[in-house]
Design a protein around this ligand. Structure first.
Ligand code: RIB
Length: 311
């Protein structure tokens, strides 16, 4: 079983030809709202991946935004441990998605900032605690401490980027970051593999966007190339990767296959708008992988060339 402790935001998404530069105004179109928040997105991805029950501890305002956030999690099968507050709004995020599927996100944390380690449910039966950095850092540190004491593995997606105290890194069994977050945490400008080497976590996974992902587990390196898709909105792709990866590992999958399944799910997420709305079920990921391995017999050679290039 996987417990996610993290944020839930209602995403206000406007599409525009391009993301505005500082000080610039652009005219967009199509304002839509979607259930989001890195924690909730990852919980939905974990639950949809199957193989492991998923719980989530979260904080919400007692307001109109909370309802769609709870409904999306529950319809994915996530068991909720929700703290609800009268005097603060649920988290919101303001997202501009460009015609080339990239995004710029500003989060108003609202109730997410009130989540405490004291809100964790009893931890017996859980294998993993998965967190992100849209809740207070103190909550992340204390929750990691409680989880470790209860025998759980601690997984941290260190997003949005911020430097991590050593006491936290020492408690993280599995760190998942993108390249920018890796630079912030490692303070290294060397190669990705060199930067990974200075991070004192047992396992580290670095997502590389459309180029795939690389993992270091103990002394071993694993690479997974990206899956080319027609992207319409990359929002939530990183979260899909994290949630699916943890579901796969909790179900006993080995790292190379877990990376492949998570990478395929993240690619599929980019083909639809929204965050949780675009997280694919496991059946869709399996069909996609079956199609791709039938139509791309050179994948292994591409992977090998990529490994040589990145090492
Ligand atoms: O990672 C994407 C998420 O970041 C969005 O859903 C938004 O809510 C922000 O948390």
């Amino acid at each position: 079983m996987v417990l996610v402790a993290g944020s839930a935001n209602l995403d206000f998404v406007v599409r525009a030809q391009r993301i505005p530069a500082p000080g610039e105004t652009v005219l967009g179109h199509d304002l839509q709202t979607f259930p989001g928040g890195k924690g909730a997105n990852q919980a939905v991805a974990c639950a949809r991946a199957g193989g492991s029950r998923t719980g989530m501890v979260l904080a919400l305002g007692r307001d109109a935004y909370a309802q769609p956030l709870k409904a999306s999690l529950q319809s994915a099968g996530v068991v909720l441990h929700a703290q609800e507050f009268d005097d603060i709004a649920s988290g919101t995020a303001f997202i501009c998605v460009s015609d080339d599927a990239e995004n710029a996100i500003t989060v108003a944390p609202g109730a997410n900032a009130r989540l405490l380690a004291a809100h964790l449910p009893p931890l017996a039966g859980y294998q993993f605690l998965l967190m992100q950095l849209e809740i207070p850092l103190g909550t992340v540190i204390e929750s990691a401490r409680l989880a470790r004491a209860a025998g759980l593995q601690v997984a941290l997606n260190a997003a949005p980027a911020q430097a991590l105290p050593l006491e936290l890194m020492a408690m993280v069994d599995l760190l998942i970051v993108n390249e920018g977050e890796l630079r912030t945490i490692s303070q290294s400008q060397g190669s990705i593999v060199d930067a990974m080497a200075v991070v004192p976590c047992q396992t580290i996974v670095v997502t590389l966007g459309a180029r795939g992902a690389v993992a270091r587990k103990g002394g071993e390196l694993h690479y997974q190339t990206g899956f080319a898709v027609q992207a319409v909105d990359t929002t939530g792709a990183g979260d899909t990767f994290c949630g699916v990866l943890i579901a796969q590992l909790a179900a006993g999958q080995a790292m190379p296959l877990a990376l492949q399944f998570a990478g395929a799910a993240a690619a599929l997420c980019c083909t639809k708008p929204g965050a949780q709305s675009s997280v694919p079920p496991a059946s869709e990921v399996r069909s996609f992988l079956a199609e791709r391995s039938a139509s791309e017999p050179l994948a292994q050679q591409v992977l090998e060339r990529y490994c040589q290039a990145i090492a």
